[in-house]
Write a protein that binds this ligand. Structure first.
Ligand code: NAD
Ligand code: DAU
Length: 341
């Protein structure tokens, strides 16, 4: 039986990954180690079979706690734990450095000390900075690291540490860099779930700047299948860019949401731009496609329909995460309450 240690598994992608892993490997056991920050949510893991998934409330910067809960003869650590929102990193970078940088180093040290067979470190395309607006340029595994936000800089630092652990100590590390995920259970500080939940409630949708920034969208289950492929067959020491060849301008994203929910365009509200806002992300996924045979299964439209339906069908989840601290964050970020943008 394989034993996995997943960090950040109460968040959006981590919990989706655990679901994929449990169905892919019926015989495995998973320890899900998560600090339950504002983005972590036990509701996200309530559906998992307790005989194969155990949740541990712990912080990856706490080496003793990680050592205490890491399974004996661990097959892999898959590291999703992170501070993940760019706007929050612009307000304050401290927690991003603590979790994303120091926390990653703790996991690498523990993996080495306890002979963990493989570490899959989940990074992001944002470490490669911003592409020019022309449609012919893409991020590849050879692209320079050129992070522009404190979040991206912390993720780039983590990648360097992961790479260094492989180079210096021979640790089996594989890094993945994915674009913008969408799907069920994404915290609505992020653009797409923010647009969906505000549109459902007939509230305005804040669009930064001119709305023409481009992101490369991937349905979360497709991302998780790519991580499984990397976990099983990725080359030790390699980096894999993961994308579904699905770039969209932000304004197109909002229009798709409004169309599907039959809401008027008058809900779109242009607001001040994000400082240092990256203009365009676009991923060339040829390497993960050619080496590992991975392909996305969802189209943008089919993934969006599934996502919107999930938010419509789960009002309790939405209300719980939109209460309390989220309202304070929203006021700080947008200068007004969620109802009155
Ligand atoms: P998320 O914010 O939804 O979840 C992060 C999880 O990590 C939460 O459950 C949180 O409680 C946990 N966590 C935070 N600090 C921790 C700590 N110190 N110790 C233990 N747990 C901690 O994030 P997400 O969107 O699911 O992203 C997961 C990973 O994927 C991150 O590393 C992120 O950088 C990367 N990524 C995200 C996207 C995206 O579009 N969301 C794209 C590419 C890469
Ligand atoms: O590309 C991968 C990255 O995608 C991940 O590493 C990050 O963890 C994830 O948060 C995401 O970063 P982005 O900054 O691209 O995502 P966000 O959802 O914050 O914003 C998407 C786009 O929408 C971006 O161009 C900014 C814009 N935006 C965002 C918000 C929150 C708006 O126009 N209005 C908003 O209110």
């Amino acid at each position: 039986m394989k034993r996995y240690f997943v960090t950040g598994g109460a968040g959006f992608i981590g919990s989706a990954f655990i679901e994929s892993l449990l169905s892919h490997e019926p015989n495995c056991s998973i320890t899900n180690f998560d600090a339950l920050t504002y983005a972590g949510n036990l509701e996200n893991v309530a559906r998992f079979d307790k005989s194969r998934h155990s949740f541990v409330h712990g912080n990856i910067i706490d080496k003793e706690a990680v050592l205490a809960h890491l399974p004996q003869e661990c097959d892999a650590i898959i590291n999703f734990a992170a501070e993940s929102h760019v706007d929050r990193s612009i307000r304050s970078a401290h927690e991003f450095l603590v979790t994303n940088v120091i926390g990653t180093q703790v996991l690498l040290d523990v993996a080495r000390a306890r002979n963990v067979r493989r570490v899959v470190h989940i990074s992001t395309d944002e470490v490669m900075g911003s592409l020019p607006e022309t449609e012919s340029s893409f991020f590849t595994e050879e692209s320079e690291l050129s992070p522009n936000s404190p979040y991206a800089a912390s993720k780039a630092a983590a990648e360097h540490l992961a790479r260094a652990a492989h180079h210096t100590f021979g640790l089996d590390v594989v890094i993945t860099r994915c674009g913008n995920n969408y799907g069920p259970r994404q915290f609505p500080e992020k653009f797409l779930p923010l647009a969906i939940t505000n549109a459902i409630h007939n509230e305005s949708i804040p669009v930064y700047g001119d709305g023409l920034n481009v992101r490369d969208w991937i349905y979360v289950e497709d991302h998780c299948r790519a991580i499984l492929a990397v976990l099983e067959n990725g080359r030790s020491g390699a980096v894999y860019n993961i994308g579904a060849r699905n770039t969209r301008r932000n304004i197109e994203v909002v229009e798709s949401v409004l169309n599907q929910l039959q809401r008027p365009k008058s809900l779109i509200k242009y607001v001040s731009d994000r400082p240092g806002h990256d203009r365009r992300y676009a991923i060339d996924p040829s390497m993960v496609e050619n080496e590992l045979g991975w392909r996305p299964l969802e189209s943008w439209e089919s993934g969006l329909t599934k996502t919107i339906n999930w938010y419509k069908d789960n009002p309790q989840w939405v209300e719980q995460v939109r209460s309390g601290a989220y309202r304070d964050y929203y006021k700080q970020q947008y200068g007004t309450g969620v109802e009155a943008l």
